[in-house]
Design a binder for this molecule. Sequence first.
Ligand code: NAD
Length: 269
Amino acid sequence: MNIANKVAFITGGGSGIGRGMARAFLDAGLKVAIADIRTDRLERVKESLEADERDFFAVEADVSQMDSLERAADTAESHFGKIHIVCNNAGIGVGGPVHSTPMDRWRRVVDINLWGVVNGCQVFTPRIQSHGEGGHIVNTASIMGLFTSQGSGPYCATKFAVVAISECLRKELKECNIGVSVLCPFIVDTPIFYPDLDDLDIEAIDKRKKQLGFLQHAVTPVFAGETVLRAIENNELYIFTDGNQSRQMIQSRVDRLFEGMDRQWPREN
Ligand code: NAD
């Protein structure tokens, strides 16, 4: 896809990867609308990106509510005219065992991480189709959409679903000049790992980051955003943010699948 002068709509744009995408897209000359449930974050991103009103727009939306996302899409279209690229990226991290995570937490993660993406696909696909200029949809899953770990059942369930939805949607929209990708990041340095902390409390955030040693392996949100941009241009289905740990995780899953198959149905040489 030729991205010059295209308009992108990014959910969860008030923080982390969504904000990183906004930065990378603006730097590449796109016009960008961001949506987030947190208006305080939208305000701060608006200030920090220092983008002109002709290129950047921020709007409140709750992706788990279809009517809220419809309203945000209408507002962004009134501002920019057309939307070509949609990043269904808003999400939350919920850990816990499958059998004992309280149901309200299960429902919340499904409402945002799964229904938020489905809502985005339903709200924006007809809008992109209607202008006929083509476009691209990027759904944010996770490497945990391709690999499971103990204690991550609710999160993994939503992210596996997002991978499946994206694979199906790509086939459905193939003839409509609309590409579909699924972003499967490994570790990106974002507030998703410390949602209890105030965004402005730098001291507490630094302290927590030191405690969370795995963030040493993290890439930056802008790196993730630039990776997404390249993948849109090349119409990649799966978008990864690293080629080492992600490879090992996927390989171990595939190995386990085929080990099970080979035990049950030994291969004839
Ligand atoms: P983040 O917390 O920094 O950003 C997520 C944003 O989504 C926040 O600004 C939040 O306010 C917003 N949001 C939450 N619920 C919303 C709702 N109902 N409607 C609209 N906005 C809402 O987290 P992030 O790490 O940037 O996460 C972005 C996406 O990337 C998520 O889907 C997450 O699961 C995924 N992801 C992140 C990582 C990582 O390492 N950071 C890895 C894999 C996948």
